[in-house]
Write a protein that binds this ligand. Structure first.
Ligand SMILES: Nc1nc2c(ncn2[C@@H]2O[C@H](COP(=O)(O)OP(=O)(O)O)[C@@H](O)[C@H]2O)c(=O)[nH]1
Ligand SMILES: [Mg+2]
Length: 190
């Protein structure tokens, strides 16, 4: 668990990034409700750092959190967050692409997939997109506490069937399973 964490800013524009000293960045991507904010909170050891809710995120922006004054976590809005505004969604697609491709500080993308649900069509699109952009990513299977260990085993096999060429970490923000593995990856890259 990291020691210190603070929310810095939400912005969709890379040139408004608070990261002026080329600190490392880690971004968390996934559909709304997959557990992005909860994972960030679990890593930070705080309940209320990143906004969590059962409703899709309402901000169309990247949320920057400074961790241990050493690196940034970036919480992205879930895909499918803004059904109400196609314009905004396209704008944000541009922002995300800019973030992913023009950002030398980005060290790893964590692509979150719900363990029980498995990779959805949108998840597969994001996976193909990350491969196409050639950015490094790891699959984080979330909410593994919601099913028993036999089913988790099966679910991981299912994810590997669809996404064979990526590392997968099975996690739960509730039980903290796998949080130390994610932390180790960050510590190696930061
Ligand atoms: N059982 C369980 N529920 C979780 C877990 N992580 C998140 N949730 C719940 O899933 C919902 C969405 O989580 P949130 O972190 O807001 O997802 P986000 O939209 O991707 O940021 C919330 O109701 C969380 O309490 C987990 O590890 N286990
Ligand atoms: Mg969230």
């Amino acid at each position: 668990m990291f020691k210190k964490s603070e929310y810095i800013i939400s912005t969709a524009k890379l040139n408004q990034s608070p990261n002026k000293n080329n600190l490392s960045e880690f971004i968390f991507l996934g559909r709304s409700n997959v557990g992005k904010s909860s994972l960030i909170n679990a890593l930070a050891g705080r309940k209320l750092l990143a906004y969590t809710s059962s409703k899709p995120g309402k901000t169309i922006a990247l949320n920057y959190y400074l961790i241990d004054e050493e690196f940034y976590f970036v919480d992205a809005p879930g895909y499918g967050y803004a059904a109400k505004s196609i314009d905004k969604r396209i704008d944000f697609g541009d922002s995300l692409e800019e973030y992913l491709t023009k950002n030398d500080n980005l060290k790893m993308v964590f692509l979150l997939v719900d363990t029980k649900v498995g990779p959805t069509k949108d998840d597969m699109l994001m996976y193909e997109y990350l491969k196409y952009l050639n950015v490094p990513f790891i699959i984080v299977a979330t909410k593994s506490d919601k099913i028993g260990s036999t089913l988790v085993f099966r679910a991981v096999k299912e994810i590997k069937n669809k996404i064979s060429d990526a590392q997968i970490i099975v996690t739960s923000a509730n039980t903290k399973k796998g949080i130390d593995e994610v932390e180790a990856i960050i510590n190696n890259l930061k």
